[in-house]
Design a protein around this ligand. Structure first.
Ligand code: ADP
Ligand code: MG
Length: 694
């Protein structure tokens, strides 16, 4: 199959081919992201109006929409210009008035002739104690009927409800009977309607419950979207997996040496992840795996074990961090362990220049360096490896797909392990990383004391500084994170510098250090080093410290204007403390009054330290796109599926899509052919391309 199936042509024809849609309407519909009849099908009503008839306006809650049979009484034309035209009507119990502020008298007389029976439907209200219905939405003759429940669509200027309803009806009439792509067992188990039936039901709700994401019709349509998306990811994964990889099987010799010198035992979750990764590396195809774990869950050890596996097999590994500080810290933390195993580990960053850099590069090309740690400098063109087996990318949401691609240029068979520190809800992980295999560190190393989290208004700054002075006197160390007031690093840096000066004035010059993104790299290093060594007690910082720095003695985290940060970010920042044995404190300073959302965010942080729970709450508060940042996330926009409320469907869709492809890799079986239809319907171009070349 090379092109779109003919069956689907009418759904992808121009909008003007629909009844009631001309070029002008078509252009306006584009404002609702509707470009073809297909898009109308997946634009579902956002609410509904109950038009079930009642005997009298007295039986309805006013103001509200009422549908009521009446006998038309006398017409009362306005006495003066600018006054409304009124018509008395009588229902089963009372008399009320229809009111027109516009329109010619003849029109009103033709529509509502005195003495006749009509059914009126529209919004009625009380005016001076008397019910009135201005401009009824519908006037029907007796015997005519309205649907008892009228769907209400999202509209845009120039598109009326009537135009929309007609266009949707036109699109619905073009839905051909299509072969079923959903697993028959799943269909039976859920009791879902067919695709065509689901569209009919979703567009013809009978009651408010039919608009809920829990309704059968909406579940099915959401599933269709998610299934098509997961099928695309599964196809990408299969393609990825069919690429030749390298069998990297370690002896365990180096890993055992490192475990022997570690002062602790790996957690169950670490051990499980290490095994999953080793199994994957041993397979003759390319690994593409995500290691997800909360701050402090011990990802670094897992990464090291994987890197050592590559070295045991006679190859090399690289660990890439998003910032200079982090790369340096990884290198420093890992070097003693590498030494213990007799493994050569080097650091390469943008700061390596001249002869030193050349020496590193040639050692790397010779295979004399076994593990390279660095920033994205490790992927520059002139960096060549003797035998690169594994790349670990400490992503922390700063690298994207592009960096992963760059890797392919170094060695197309290199196994890839991406580490992400921000736990993201399962539904989003599946959405964003569904083409990858997943290892999860869902268990924290033992022996941590929970962080006490408190909120304080900024007006109590003096108290906070006084407490800080007392804590510093006891030998404690603190981070002080400055607010993200502007979208500009320069301005954030200025506010950090101001806070640095005021804290130095309060605590003594030698006690306070400063790091921010605008500083010269050497100055940043010096400030970090002074803090790590305990020469400074307080480190004033912008969010550059968010990612990964590890100073176990630091037990206080002050976050100024916490109300301006995102939940995930606050969680990350707080994760910088609570790493040692001492009880830790996190002070979230906010500017009063707090908005509802900001208050909810700070409350969640006070209540929980579980990154996965926090991320779920974050999703509920913000919506899918925002959690990762839509622009960089590459998250698809779903029209029907609601990731917050239908998260479980995403997992089912992934299982189902992978199972289908395992049984029918080129989608040639009858169900596979049907699945191609849903890929076309959902405009999964990437999948269709993969199928074409495959
Ligand atoms: P992450 O990168 O996942 O935030 P790290 O790898 O930096 O976490 O580990 C955080 C701290 O926990 C480090 O000091 C590390 O040495 C320690 N750690 C890691 N694994 C364990 C374990 N199994 N038991 C005790 N401490 C551990
Ligand atoms: Mg880390």
């Amino acid at each position: 199959m090379t092109g779109r199936p003919e069956q689907l042509f009418p759904l992808f024809a121009g909008l003007e081919t629909l009844p009631g849609v001309g070029p002008k309407t078509a252009k306006l519909l584009a404002n609702l992201a509707i470009a073809a009849p297909r898009d109308l099908l997946f634009t579902l009503p956002s609410s509904g109006v109950d038009r079930a008839p009642v005997a009298s306006v007295q039986d309805a809650a006013l103001p509200g929409v009422v549908t009521v049979p009446v006998t038309i009484g006398r017409h009362i034309p306005p006495m003066q210009r600018g006054r409304p035209y009124r018509i008395e009507v009588e229902d089963a119990k009372t008399t009320f008035q229809v009111v027109y502020f516009r329109g010619a008298a003849e029109l009103h007389q033709r529509l509502l002739p005195t003495g006749q029976r009509r059914i009126l439907s529209g919004k009625a209200e009380l005016y001076d104690g008397i019910a009135q219905m201005p401009h009824p939405d519908h006037v029907l003759s007796e015997g005519e009927a309205l649907p008892a429940y009228e769907p209400v669509y999202p509209l845009t200027a120039g598109i009326t409800a009537k135009v929309m309803a007609k266009a949707v009806a036109g699109a619905l009439s073009r839905v051909p009977p299509l072969a079923e792509w959903i697993d028959p067992n799943l269909m039976a188990e859920r009791g879902w309607p067919t695709f065509a039936q689901a569209l009919q039901e979703a567009h013809h709700p009978l009651a408010a419950a039919d608009l809920s994401p829990a309704s059968m019709a909406r579940q099915r349509l959401a599933y269709d979207e998610l299934f098509a998306h997961q099928l695309t990811l599964a196809l990408a994964r299969t393609t990825e997996r069919s690429r030749p990889g390298q069998v990297t099987e370690g002896s365990g010799r180096l890993r055992r040496k490192v475990l022997a010198v570690l002062p602790f035992q790996p957690t169950g979750a670490q051990q499980r992840s290490v095994d999953e990764i080793a199994d994957d590396m041993a397979r003759p195809r390319r690994m593409n795996r995500l290691l997800q774990g909360d701050v402090g869950s011990g990802k670094t050890l897992v990464a090291l074990m994987a890197l050592l596996t590559a070295v045991e097999a006679g190859g090399q590994g690289v660990l890439m961090a998003p910032t200079e500080i982090l790369a340096r810290q990884h290198a420093e933390g890992l070097r003693p362990l590498a030494d213990a195993a007799g493994v050569v580990l080097e650091l390469l960053t943008g700061r390596d220049k001249g002869r030193e850099r050349e020496a590193k590069l040639s050692a790397l090309a010779n295979g004399d360096i076994h593990i390279l740690v660095g920033t994205h400098a490790v992927f520059q063109r002139d960096v060549t490896f003797a035998d690169l087996r594994l790349a670990v990318i400490d992503e922390q949401h700063r690298f994207g797909v592009r960096q992963r691609m760059l890797l392919g240029e170094k060695n197309a068979a290199t196994d890839v392990l991406v580490m992400t520190a921000t736990p993201i809800p399962r539904s989003l992980a599946l959405t964003q990383y569904g083409d990858m295999d997943l290892s999860v560190l869902d268990e924290k190393p033992p022996g941590r004391t929970p962080v006490q989290t408190a909120t304080v208004p900024v007006s109590r700054m003096d108290d906070v500084i006084a407490k800080l002075r007392a804590a510093v006197a006891e030998g404690r160390q603190a981070y002080w994170v400055c607010p993200l007031v502007e979208e500009s690093e320069v301005i954030d840096a200025t506010s950090a510098e101001e806070r640095f000066r005021s804290l130095r004035a309060a605590l003594g010059d030698g006690a306070v250090g400063l790091v921010h993104g605008q500083m010269a790299p050497a100055d940043k290093d010096a400030a970090m080093a002074a803090f790590v060594a305990g020469r400074t007690s307080v480190l004033v910082a912008t969010t550059v410290i968010e990612v990964g720095v590890n100073v176990p003695n630091a037990s206080i985290m002050v976050i100024e204007r916490a109300d301006t940060f995102g939940l995930a970010q606050l969680h990350q920042l707080r994760g910088r403390v609570g790493r040692g044995a001492a009880a830790s404190t996190c002070l979230l300073m906010y500017k009063a009054p707090l908005g509802d959302t900001a208050e909810a965010r700070l409350r969640i942080l006070r209540e929980s330290e579980d990154g996965f729970r926090i991320s779920e709450e974050d999703l509920a508060l913000r919506g899918a796109g925002d959690v990762i940042g839509t622009a960089q996330s590459g998250l698809p926009r779903f029209r029907v599926a609601d990731l917050e409320r239908q998260a479980a469907l995403m997992a089912t869709a992934q299982t189902d899509a992978r199972a289908l492809l395992a049984a029918d890799p080129d989608l040639s079986s009858p169900r596979g052919q049907a699945a191609r239809l849903v890929l076309w319907l959902m405009e999964q171009d990437r999948a269709l391309r993969l199928l074409r070349v495959g």
